[in-house]
Design a protein around this ligand. Structure first.
Ligand code: ATP
Ligand code: MG
Ligand code: MG
Length: 351
């Protein structure tokens, strides 16, 4: 098709739209009212609620293929889209929108999540503290991102200070890990799969701060098993496009944390650092084009998020040595803890 519809209006959609425009496509976005920074890079953008049937019909009527940049698009919205337009089966969203279902799904395919329990009530929470133990983390099963909707529980005693939020939660063991890493793959319509190198991911307060290559020996040793799981997940979902799985590299091997059925913050380095970026390959995949080579172009790469009011000083980064690549998302509102942009620095080219 020649017009790509993107559900969601954030920075992932913005960078996806830039890649799509470069390949000659038109892009129409769709998202509810908000700081829809994808609109700046789109040919057109429809602002409407997810359940606005008329607006959705107008959107889909103008698209040749529809994808998403936001994993919490309501399933009812996706169900209302003519199914032949969907680049990827909605099942991927369904599984990934719920931490309990994504962990069960990964486990059913041979993955190892941290021990966890479903928590529907205060009593479930008390029982989970005993069964799963402490330290642990209570997370809302749905809608969490950037570490929001999570409460760390250091000890059973301290648990009394954590209020059960009254929605379905998961309580999981606090994992002792050496490094976090992600597997990012792209799967084409023909089922072919390519992986980018896995970065070591550093978080700050539950939010990604930095992604680094090389990721270190432990991660490198665990990447093959993690990739195997990611490929099984992608195959089982009939996935098309970019898919991300997050892992903890523990002494016992890769522990599955969560999946994102989309391009991912830990893949932003691929714009300058890989032969083909995650954004371009996502577009290629959903449009049925040949996938691009994913190989890393530099011996060392660092991607760092620009968060909150650091964005106000971000242009100063351009004066720093080492030719930093600055990306600002054009968000109108600067808020503490909000991802405003990122900067990628690369080392010597691999020859
Ligand atoms: P994202 O923004 O990646 O979607 P999220 O809000 O969905 O994040 P998680 O990825 O589950 O939530 O958790 C955020 C971060 O909190 C993790 O990357 C990790 O650093 C830390 N964390 C989460 N769960 C655990 C755990 N069980 N043990 C140790 N650390 C954890
Ligand atoms: Mg998440
Ligand atoms: Mg995560």
């Amino acid at each position: 098709g020649s017009t790509i519809g993107i559900l969601g209006g954030g920075q992932l959609g913005r960078m996806m739209a830039v890649a799509a425009l470069q390949l000659g496509y038109k892009v129409i976005g769709f998202a509810p009212e908000g700081d829809n920074v994808a609109a700046d890079a789109s040919s057109d953008f429809i602002t409407a609620d997810w359940d606005d049937a008329a607006a959705l019909a107008e959107f889909t009527g103008r698209c040749d293929v529809v994808t998403w940049e936001f994993e919490n698009v309501p399933l009812s919205t996706v169900a209302a889209i003519p199914q032949h337009l969907l680049a990827c089966p909605a099942r991927a969203l369904e599984v990934a929108q719920d931490r309990l279902s994504e962990k069960a799904f990964a486990a059913s395919l041979g993955g190892t999540p941290a021990p966890y329990a479903r928590v529907e009530t205060e009593d479930d929470f008390a029982a989970a503290l005993v069964r799963v133990g402490t330290p642990g983390i209570l997370k809302t099963a749905r809608d969490g991102y950037d570490g929001k909707g999570q409460w760390r529980v250091r000890s059973a005693l301290e648990a009394s200070g954590v209020r059960f939020p009254g929605v379905t939660c998961i309580y999981e063991v606090f994992v002792i890990y050496e490094t976090e890493f992600s597997v990012i793959l792209v799967r084409g319509k023909d089922g072919s799969v390519k992986f980018w190198d896995s970065t070591a991911n550093l978080h700050d307060g539950g939010m990604l701060a930095q992604s680094i290559l090389p990721a270190g020996a432990l991660v490198e040793a665990q990447v093959p098993a993690a990739r195997q799981l990611a490929a099984k997940v992608a195959d089982a979902l009939g996935y098309v496009g970019v898919l991300t799985l997050e892992f903890f590299a523990t002494r016992e091997g890769p522990m599955f944390n969560e999946m994102a059925p989309r391009v991912h913050n830990s893949g932003h380095w691929t714009i300058e650092g890989a032969a083909t970026s995650q954004f371009e390959n996502h577009i290629r995949a959903i449009c049925g084009l040949p996938l691009g080579v994913t190989k890393t172009r530099f011996e060392a790469i660092e991607m760092r998020n620009i968060v909150g009011d650091d964005a106000l000083r971000a242009h100063a980064i351009l004066a720093e040595p080492g030719e930093p690549h600055l990306h600002l998302y054009g968000k109108r509102e600067v808020r503490e803890g909000r991802k405003m942009g990122h900067v990628t620095r690369v080392g010597h080219a691999i020859r």
